[in-house]
Design a protein around this ligand. Structure first.
Ligand code: CA
Length: 232
């Protein structure tokens, strides 16, 4: 059974989310304090975490940061104001989605399903096309293991960064507009700001540059979009 963690200190919200997610067939566990979440997540590996921003103990930003250092568990952040979403995206936390309060529980369930579908689609595609690998310019994407390596160094990518790199690498040199990348990455989640693409690209570049700083793997074309650059 798919396990969703609800990390939310407002018990009324937490109870509503629990009810809707349970009805949608998910197992849930709720927490009202952030303190032990990173360690507990690493130990128990839930399938997805709904994470409130303002929490006692440890706030959502710090929890997301700590989890992302070592894990790719999908994280959906819950925030109180739409302006906070821009700030969170700017912080490059690597969350997979953001939902603004007040939300309808139905919307949350739909977004949870969408994020889970995306994070498992890659795995499912990989199992049907056994041994599916993509390799360009020293980067190897292993869709079976959901692992990306640059010159044998394992890259610590979020599910969405992995997918974005996969899209760009599928057709090296082809230019994708932000809108096209948005559609590939977010499907029906029209709410997501297309600045998220820039943030994902920025994070990907940083991770690639930590291993091979001299090469610009992902090239921006001003006013058009991005492409994977094979180099020479
Ligand atoms: Ca709160």
């Amino acid at each position: 059974m798919t396990m969703i963690w609800i990390v939310e200190d407002e018990e009324r919200i937490s109870a509503v989310l629990t009810a809707y997610l349970t009805q949608a067939g998910f197992a849930t566990r709720s927490f009202t304090d952030g303190q032990n979440i990173p360690a507990a997540a690493a130990a128990e590996l839930p399938d997805l975490i709904l994470l409130d921003l303002m929490l006692p103990g440890l706030d959502g930003i710090e929890i997301c940061r700590q989890i992302r250092r070592s894990l790719t568990i999908p994280i959906v952040m819950l925030t109180a104001r739409v302006e906070e979403i821009d700030r969170l995206v700017g912080l490059e936390l690597g969350a997979d989605d953001y939902i603004c309060k007040p939300f309808s529980p139905r919307e949350v369930v739909a977004r949870v399903k969408a994020v889970l579908r995306r994070s498992t689609t890659s795995t499912a595609t990989a199992t049907t096309s056994l041994g599916k690998r993509c390799c360009h310019a020293g980067i190897e994407l292993d869709h079976d293991r959901y692992e990306a390596r640059l010159h044998q160094h394992l890259l610590d990518l979020t599910p969405r960064e992995f997918k974005l790199l996969g899209i760009l690498m599928e057709n090296p040199g082809r230019v994708y507009s932000r809108e096209q990348l948005m559609q590939h990455l977010y499907h029906e989640d029209i709410h997501s700001s297309d600045r998220m693409i820039d943030t994902h690209v920025k994070n990907l570049r940083k991770k690639l540059a930590s291993i091979q700083p001299e090469q610009e793997f992902i090239q921006a074309l001003y006013g058009i979009g991005y492409k994977f650059n094979m180099g020479d």
